[in-house]
Ligand binder design. Structure first.
Ligand code: KG4
Ligand code: ZN
Length: 336
């Protein structure tokens, strides 16, 4: 059979990214322009600035992706693009660009869900991974426990009722003065701390055993910091980071194992920015090996936002006949 080449575009948040992916699994190029330095000044992503930077970077990033893969638009079979969820202005840049290329080069346009992309990052380095499997998606904006029934067929079996896991990491990082983005910094500092030093609550949702709530843990950390401040007790930031991280990681692993048992699944994957957290990777791996469950996770570069994952998801969508017309629009709150 002939190889299928997908040109993928991702611009849902603060990464301008393009990639060329062969047959959904082989990454020929993966170009990421990160805007993090720009947004750091403001302590978080500023949507208007993100949109403007995407406009500036999208063409050079796509050109670089084609060059590095050593292909031209002629060689490409389809254009895959993230159309939601995300920041509307940011998404629109990628969507408009993909439509323009699709029209000019006369190539099919494949609309991709951002979360489907995160999940599909697992296909890239694990050539043997096939559905069904369970995927715990933990990113800055999402916390979904997803049952991947088949390519392009998903069922959400657990979700957060308030903050996303990454959001909790970022807020706690800010509270202990680590700056933005906080997740990787908490991860690093936690290695020097004692995770049993402070007991933070592990919120469970009444009647929804696979769902999550992270705002309680975050508030407990803020209360603890306030109390220390009022009593003039010096805060051990490494202990706070380690104890907070443990509270989050324990619940994520516990619910994933519960779901694996309930749905009789022997394959578990992680996805999203928080999937690069070292404590989470370690704890999930251990829990899986104890139960004879095969464990998968993308390497850190494929955990955070990138276009290679959109190319992987886009390939299966393309093969399933999923297409968009030139009326494709960005959908900021797109459901999976
Ligand atoms: O998937 P992603 O790049 O963007 C979204 O789609 O949201 O995830 C970004 C999130 C941020 O909240 C960041 O702090 C978190 O992932 N993150 C981490 C780590 N690396 C990134 N959180 C905990 N530990 C890490 N090592
Ligand atoms: Zn993401």
């Amino acid at each position: 059979d002939k190889d299928v080449l997908i040109l993928a575009i991702e611009s849902s948040c603060d990464e301008t990214a393009a990639a060329v992916v062969k047959n959904g699994r082989d990454v020929l190029s993966n170009i990421i322009y990160s805007q993090i330095e720009l947004h750091k000044l403001y302590g978080g992503v500023v949507p208007e600035i993100a949109s403007r930077k995407h406009i500036e970077k999208i063409n050079p990033v796509i050109t670089a992706a084609l060059d590095e893969a050593n292909v031209t638009l002629e060689d490409i079979d389809a254009i895959a693009v993230t159309y939601g969820p995300g920041l509307v202005g940011a998404l629109l840049v990628g969507v408009a660009e993909a439509k323009a290329i699709s029209y000019a080069a006369n190539k099919p346009l494949v609309p991709v869900h951002h979360i489907e992309g995160h999940i599909s990052a697992n296909y890239i380095e694990n050539k043997d991974l096939e559905p069904p499997f369970l995927c715990m998606v933990v990113s800055g904006g999402h916390t979904h426990l997803v049952l991947v029934k088949d390519y392009g067929q998903y069922e959400i079996v657990g979700r957060t009722h308030d903050d996303a896991a990454g959001e909790a990491f970022d807020k706690v990082a800010r509270a202990i003065g680590l700056g933005y983005p906080g997740g990787p910094k908490v991860d690093k500092l936690a290695k020097e701390g004692n995770s049993d030093a402070i007991t933070f609550p592990k919120a469970h949702i009444q009647g929804a055993p696979l769902d999550f709530s992270f705002s309680g843990v975050k508030s407990a950390v803020l209360n603890y910091l306030n109390e220390c401040h009022m009593k003039n007790i010096e805060v051990n930031r490494a202990d706070v980071a380690a104890s907070f991280q443990k509270a989050i990681v324990d619940v994520i692993v516990e619910h994933t194992m519960k779901a694996a048992k309930e749905y009789h699944i022997k394959k578990v994957a992680l996805a999203g920015g928080v999937a690069s957290n070292s404590a989470l990777r370690g704890a999930m791996e251990e829990a899986c090996s104890r139960r004879n469950i095969q464990f998968y996770r993308p390497s850190p570069l494929l955990c955070t936002d990138n276009a290679a994952m959109i190319g992987a998801a886009g390939y299966y969508d393309y093969m399933n006949g999923k297409r968009a017309g030139l009326d494709l629009n960005a959908v900021p709150n797109l459901k999976i």
